[in-house]
Ligand binder design. Structure first.
Ligand code: UD1
Ligand code: MG
Length: 245
């Protein structure tokens, strides 16, 4: 089997105001490397042919730290679906598998990403990386059908109590066929609790077109995101414990 080429889109346009720091969120250091640097190194292992980082406020800092980085600008943070849409023109005629990652989810492993991308083949147009956290908090929930196939993702703010009881959560990381993402992203609307263009809505749209959507399951640690100094310190601690055995 020849594997389709992989391109990556790293979302990093969020302000990261909860870090309480002038330094851009993804430039904070975890285990001796910036969070963005970690994601970029992981992508190197994957041999992604292209990588676009979506930047917004504070992008001058990112450009200064990574002058060779390929970026696209998202001026206002209208949601993850909008952010990916902003990146697509940067991928020109690319027609392989696109991986969407977050710049503030630094511990994702190359093997996990390759396995996720490999699920996208035949009539499977998308693959979503889920996880089962100890505390599912406000994560998006993965709604599956009787056969266990992914039907849609519901954001916590829009979920019913029954949907909130689902413990399979969205990591935010997904892989999808470039042509399908290009066609469906403009169809995402913002008529939801947050008034945002949710990338997660692409699942229901793809399903309505008859595509299959696969899921994979990650270890909670590798999909942990960082929003505050306390979360960064906690992840640093976990990283040390992991390294110790
Ligand atoms: C998102 C997912 C949710 C998932 C969670 C995992 C959607 C709609 N929801 O929610 O299902 O459980 O992540 O952590 O996708 N960003 C931009 N531009 C934007 C908005 C976001 O670049 O306009 C970037 C942020 O910088 C961040 C990432 O995208 O790195 C995720 O954004 P965030 O606001 O944290 O999404 P959640 O609401 O947590
Ligand atoms: Mg978040």
């Amino acid at each position: 089997m020849t594997r389709p080429d992989i391109a990556a889109i790293i979302l990093a346009a969020g302000k990261g105001s909860r870090m309480g720091s002038d330094l851009h969120k993804v430039l904070h250091v975890l285990g001796g490397q910036t969070m963005l640097g970690r994601v970029l190194s992981t992508l190197d292992q994957l041999k992604a042919t292209r990588c676009i980082t979506v930047v917004g406020a504070g992008r001058d800092q990112i450009h200064a730290a990574y002058p060779a980085l390929d970026t696209m600008v998202q001026d206002s943070q209208l949601g993850t679906g909008h952010a990916v849409r902003c990146a697509l023109p940067g991928l020109g005629g690319f027609d392989g598998t696109i991986l969407v990652l977050y710049g503030d989810v630094p511990l994702i492993r190359a093997g996990t990403l390759q396995a996720l991308a490999d699920l996208v083949q035949g009539d499977t147009a998308l693959a979503v990386l889920g996880f089962r956290p100890q505390d599912p908090r406000a994560y998006g929930r993965l709604v599956t059908d009787d056969q266990g196939a992914l039907e849609r993702i519901v954001e916590f703010s829009d979920a019913t109590d029954a949907e909130r009881a689902i413990d399979f959560c969205n990591s935010g990381i997904l892989a999808g066929r470039a042509d399908v993402l290009r066609r469906l992203l403009p169809q995402i609307r913002n008529d939801n609790a947050k008034g945002e263009y949710y990338l997660t809505d692409v699942v229901a749209l793809a399903r309505a077109e008859g595509h299959r959507i696969a899921t994979a399951q990650a270890e909670p640690l590798e999909v942990t995101g960082v929003n505050s100094q306390a979360e960064l310190a906690a992840l640093e601690q976990q990283l040390t414990e992991h390294a110790d055995g």
